[in-house]
Write a protein that binds this ligand. Structure first.
Ligand SMILES: NC(=O)c1ccc[n+]([C@@H]2O[C@H](COP(=O)([O-])OP(=O)(O)OC[C@H]3O[C@@H](n4cnc5c(N)ncnc54)[C@H](OP(=O)(O)O)[C@@H]3O)[C@@H](O)[C@H]2O)c1
Length: 285
């Protein structure tokens, strides 16, 4: 019998990529629900939808992840990361469904010199990080059987992302200030979706980290230079700038070097880990 997977937030970048991959699996029936079909903040609707569809698995791709906006203007959008996820967890517990969701490196404070393991101490520095940490706790409080995959800055999947912003600014000949002391493991959205599908197909439980492999991290400046070079744009327009001088629309604490260790994931799916340069080249190619 086909495994039924219900995807929430199915119109997000990750949601679209996850649905596309699941639809290629022969033994999987996919029910893709965008916000219009299922607002995960609606507790009653979450319950009745799961009761009606009876999925074996829920993969939640809904969320709010604009770190700057969450800090300064749009904190009201954060409950999707907490109350929304909590609604899914409560319903998953009630109907014994395997719940999978995404979290973020922003649960860490970025002060470690080495990549973070899944069980390292959480210490979020901003509203977004707090919301992702709280969401994780809510899931853990209500479920034994769940999967959370933490990741880093994503690009690809359409819409407005960091790669398209760099291309747009440099393409228009405008200088762009990019921090040279904020370190990331930039990750292609399709690779993260593949990691989630692989883990969830194996019913992996607990927390996993997945990013493209960036060792101990690359600076945003270094990443932006790679984008510029691969797009044939003038990288001299990039201005290496300390984080403290970048305009975030107000004060914003960021985890300077919150790089996620891939060791746990690599033990299961070594072939799905690739260097960030290779992922970027195949995306830009
Ligand atoms: N993007 C990143 O760099 C990144 C990095 C690490 C982890 N993540 C995590 O990955 C997940 C998905 O990220 P993404 O970048 O793919 O998201 P995205 O493209 O920004 O889309 C977010 C989606 O969530 C939907 N949504 C918001 N509130 C909802 C609600 N109450 N009920 C149902 N759907 C709702 C939105 O619908 P509307 O458009 O209709 O509002 C939108 O389709 C999030 O948990 C995020 O925290 C993202």
């Amino acid at each position: 019998m086909a495994r039924k997977v219900m995807v929430t937030g199915a119109c997000s970048k990750l949601g679209r990529a996850v649905v596309q991959l699941l639809e290629m699996q022969a033994d999987t029936e996919v029910v893709a629900l965008g916000r219009d079909e299922l607002d995960i903040l609606d507790e009653v609707l979450v319950d009745s939808t799961v009761e009606r569809l009876q999925p074996a698995t829920i993969i939640n791709c809904a969320g709010f992840n604009d770190v700057e906006a969450a800090e300064h203007r749009l904190a009201t959008k954060l409950p999707v990361n907490t109350r929304g996820l909590c609604n899914l967890a409560r319903t998953a517990a009630k109907f014994r469904v395997y719940l999978c969701s995404f979290s973020s490196k922003y649960v860490f404070n970025g002060k470690n010199s080495e990549p973070y393991d899944e069980d390292d101490d959480k210490w979020p520095l901003n509203q977004y990080g707090n919301s992702k940490h709280a969401g994780e706790e809510m899931v853990n409080d209500q479920l034994d059987n769940y999967l959370i995959v933490r990741s880093d800055l994503l690009y690809g999947g359409g819409g407005d992302d960091w790669v398209s912003r760099i291309k747009e600014e440099l393409g228009a000949g405008r200088p762009l200030a990019v921090s040279n002391d904020f370190f990331i493991a930039p990750t292609y959205v399709g690779d993260l979706a593949a990691a989630m599908v692989a883990l969830s197909t194996e019913w992996a439980a607990g927390i996993y980290h997945y990013t493209n492999d960036a060792g101990n991290g690359v600076s945003c400046y270094e990443f932006a230079r790679a984008v510029a070079e691969q797009a044939g744009l003038d990288s001299s327009l990039l201005q290496a700038t300390p984080m403290t001088e970048v305009d975030f629309g107000g004060p914003l604490n960021l985890p300077e070097r919150a790089i996620l260790s891939l060791d746990r994931f690599k033990k299961m799916f070594p072939a799905l880990v690739r260097p960030w340069q290779e992922a970027l080249a195949s995306y830009m190619g």
